[in-house]
Design a protein around this ligand. Structure first.
Ligand SMILES: C[C@H](O)[C@H](O)[C@H]1CNC2=NC(N)=NC(=O)C2=N1
Length: 161
């Protein structure tokens, strides 16, 4: 008998099924028989269509003129209340980056005059503008005036959207 055969013969053979393998630990507790389960029945799955975009009501700063809410309402087809309701936002799309940059420069000049500044961002030909007032917190006449100013400037530049 060759050496390798002798070696093999010396290893006791056991049927695979008798070899103990530790069972992988389940992260879940052991299952309980369903008859002993006492939880509320599962909620039915909601198949209704997603809600339309939020129609958040605007929250105005204190001491605003009574003409402000209807004036702000005129902006709502193109401007949208921010999630808090304390601001208005609109994305302008221009024909080029250069036009977007010109728009921002013109609005920035007016911001210096009015001492009122937007949160805004630019990506290529798009500019997203948000107006809100920090003190007194909410939407103020300055925000509405600046939103109107943005519309006038963008309109004069042939904004796409
Ligand atoms: C003193 C100064 O006028 C204020 O801090 C201004 C500056 N620009 C501002 N900009 C905007 N959007 N909201 C403000 O409340 C505000 N406050």
């Amino acid at each position: 008998m060759s050496q390798s055969r002798r070696l093999l013969k010396s290893i006791p053979t056991r049927p695979i099924s008798s070899i103990h393998r530790p069972q992988p630990k389940s992260p879940l507790p052991p299952t309980t028989p369903s008859s002993t389960f006492h939880t509320t029945p599962p909620r039915p799955i909601d198949t209704s269509p997603p809600a339309p975009p939020s129609t958040t009501t605007l929250l105005f700063s204190e001491n605003q003129p009574p003409t402000l809410p209807p004036r702000a309402a005129l902006l709502l087809p193109t401007w949208h209340p921010t999630p808090s309701g304390k601001g208005l936002t609109r994305t302008f799309t221009f024909r080029s980056f250069s036009a977007a940059w010109t728009f921002m420069s013109l609005v920035a000049e007016e911001c210096k005059v009015q001492k009122h500044h937007p949160s805004w961002s630019n990506a290529y030909n798009r500019v997203t503008v948000e107006w809100t007032t920090h003190r007194p917190e909410g939407l103020s006449v300055k925000d509405v005036e600046m939103a109107e100013f943005c519309d006038r400037v963008a309109g004069g530049m042939g904004v796409k959207a």
